[in-house]
Design a protein around this ligand. Structure first.
Ligand code: B4P
Length: 193
């Protein structure tokens, strides 16, 4: 199985590149942001709780997102592999993901990080906020809080995969196709290993 973690700050292009990876490799896309927005759209208790945190630029509790991912892994047992987009976002989530995959005789193939500076992130997210209807993209203060949460709680996750020799980083500024070309080259090298 090919199990990829796409990593980077909010607005780095994880969702955008995931769509191209699905087309190329036929992987199942697991975006915790999309799963949470699905819960909000359905008005579930989980969604109502998550909405308050997301609208404020904070992370949702680990147990909630780990539970969602566990359910999705169980209901997609026979795929070619997964793209984890926006997960894991804390070291506790990374440890839980390793345990879940080990229990299914599987493992993460590697993490690919998209490096984008804060000014460009703010520009992209405010642009998306104009027509996405996402409250967390509409307000510069909330975007700054999301970037702060990333630096504080999510950036250390890179070290978790570096320690396992599974980390690669690329420049996330450039055309979508150029960036995909770099991701593609990394994956092809992993597949040959
Ligand atoms: P997410 O939905 O994961 O939100 P995101 O980080 O903003 O998405 P992404 O980074 O994929 O956006 P993309 O670059 O594709 O999370 C939202 C919230 O959910 C979090 O703040 C948190 O509250 C909660 N949450 C989610 N997962 C969680 C977890 N595991 N634990 C706890 N809480 C969790 O796109 C950004 C924009 O850039 C787009 O408009 C795109 O068109 C544009 N773009 C992409 N590539 C570009 C390029 N090369 N050049 C120019 N623009 C580009």
């Amino acid at each position: 199985m090919l199990n990829l973690v796409l990593f980077g700050p909010p607005g780095a292009g994880k969702g955008t590149q995931s769509q191209k990876l699905i087309e190329q490799y036929g992987l199942i896309h697991l975006s915790t942001g999309d799963l949470l927005r699905g819960e909000i759209a359905q008005g579930t208790t989980l969604g109502l709780e998550a909405k308050k945190l997301m609208d404020d630029g904070k992370l949702v509790p680990d147990a909630v997102v780990i539970g969602m991912i566990s359910n999705k892994l169980d209901s997609n047992k026979d795929g070619k592999g997964f793209i984890f987009d926006g997960f894991p976002r804390t070291v506790a989530q990374a440890e839980a993901l390793d345990s879940l995959l080990t229990s299914k005789q599987s493992a993460i193939t590697g993490m690919i990080a998209l490096e984008v500076d804060d000014d460009e992130l703010l520009r992209r997210l405010l642009l998306r906020g104009k027509d996405s209807g996402r409250p967390d993209d509409a307000n510069p203060e909330v975007i700054s809080k999301r970037i702060h949460e990333y630096n504080d709680k999510t950036a250390p996750v890179a070290g978790f995969y570096k320690n396992q020799g599974k980390f690669k980083s690329i420049n996330g500024i450039g055309s979508v196709d150029e960036i995909f070309g770099q991701i593609h080259a990394i994956i092809e090298a992993w597949l040959k290993d």
